[in-house]
Design a protein around this ligand. Structure first.
Ligand code: SF4
Length: 303
């Protein structure tokens, strides 16, 4: 079968084996973010449309998963904004009914959550990952260049309302563009908005390589770690998800600090510091930490 909507399975740091499903034919979005890795938005719109019948997606899923069942998440992703597809709810309902063994994730720019129908459609997902890069409309216009009917007040209200009703996990992404959306005043507004929305996680991201055609500055890893500290008093689990590598020495220190005088499960360490297995091995070899097992789970502690 020739797939038009299934993007295939990728190994994702956040979602494990994630099967991408693209609901939007092309770069159609309600935003035109300056950092977008998919290039400029071709159709800037906040209007929902049935871009194709729900059956096209469901049929492809049926075929693909029969041959490739080894998937953790079915994830709406792709070039455009998935909530612009007006059949999102219908497709999601089908996925949950027929493929209930897989988790469903929605990666979205969150701009349409002020609409009751979008919130209802998003409820089917086990994990919703909206983004919020600015609070003041001045900065919102600079960093996200929204469709003209959108304003951030109603977007943030929509996200708050969704979170109040939603039983799944919400991980909010903040894409940091140094010099554009990280002034002291904007960060203060961002912190207030995050507390109001109350996501289960806050994820700090940035460009990980220079992007042709824009002058977006890449946020240094240590800077993102400092921002993580800045948001720590929100009480919301905050993590850096940018692929910009942190210097090993810094991660080593952080791991030693985390262990302090307690045993910490390997999964907790790996969740906190992406791809740090080599550093854990190095610290073990250097005799700074040691592994212990409890009920089949590996823990590490200072030696
Ligand atoms: S919301 Fe996502 S797809 Fe749309 S322009 Fe921004 S980064 Fe690109």
């Amino acid at each position: 079968m020739k797939y038009r909507h299934i993007l295939g399975t990728v190994k994702s740091r956040r979602l494990g084996r994630s099967l991408g499903v693209n609901l939007i034919p092309g770069k159609i979005c309600s935003l035109d973010c300056i950092y977008c890795e998919a290039g400029r938005t071709q159709i800037l719109t906040a209007e929902r449309q049935a871009y194709f019948p729900a059956e096209e997606v469901t049929e492809e899923l049926r075929c693909y998963l029969k041959e490739n069942p080894n998937v953790d998440f079915i994830t709406y992703s792709g070039m455009g904004e998935p909530t612009l597809h007006s059949k999102l709810g219908e497709i999601s309902c089908y996925i949950k009914e027929e493929f209930g063994q897989y988790k469903l994730a929605l990666i979205t720019n969150g701009t349409l959550f002020y609409r009751e129908d979008v919130r209802r459609d998003a409820m089917f997902a086990d994990l919703v990952m909206p983004s919020l890069d600015a609070v003041s409309n001045l900065v919102f216009n600079k960093v996200n260049k929204p469709e003209s009917s959108l304003n951030n007040e109603k977007i943030i209200d929509g996200l708050c309302e969704f979170k109040r009703e939603y039983k799944g996990q919400m991980w909010l992404e903040f894409f940091v563009v140094p010099g554009i959306n990280d002034s002291v005043s904007e960060l203060k507004l961002m912190k207030e908005a995050i507390v109001k929305i109350n996501p289960d996680r806050l994820q700090l991201n940035s460009l990980d390589r220079p992007s042709p055609g824009n002058n977006v500055v890449i946020a240094d890893r240590n800077y993102l770690e400092k921002l993580k500290d800045y948001f720590s008093d929100t009480g919301i689990l905050t993590e850096v998800i940018s692929r910009i590598p942190q210097k090993n020495g810094v991660i080593e220190e952080e791991i030693l600090k985390l262990l302090g005088n307690k045993d910490v499960a390997i999964e907790e360490i790996k969740n906190k510091f992406n791809a740090c297995e080599d550093i854990i091995s190095g610290l073990t070899l250097a005799g700074k930490i040691e592994m212990t097992e409890k009920d089949g789970v590996s823990f590490y502690r200072l030696k």
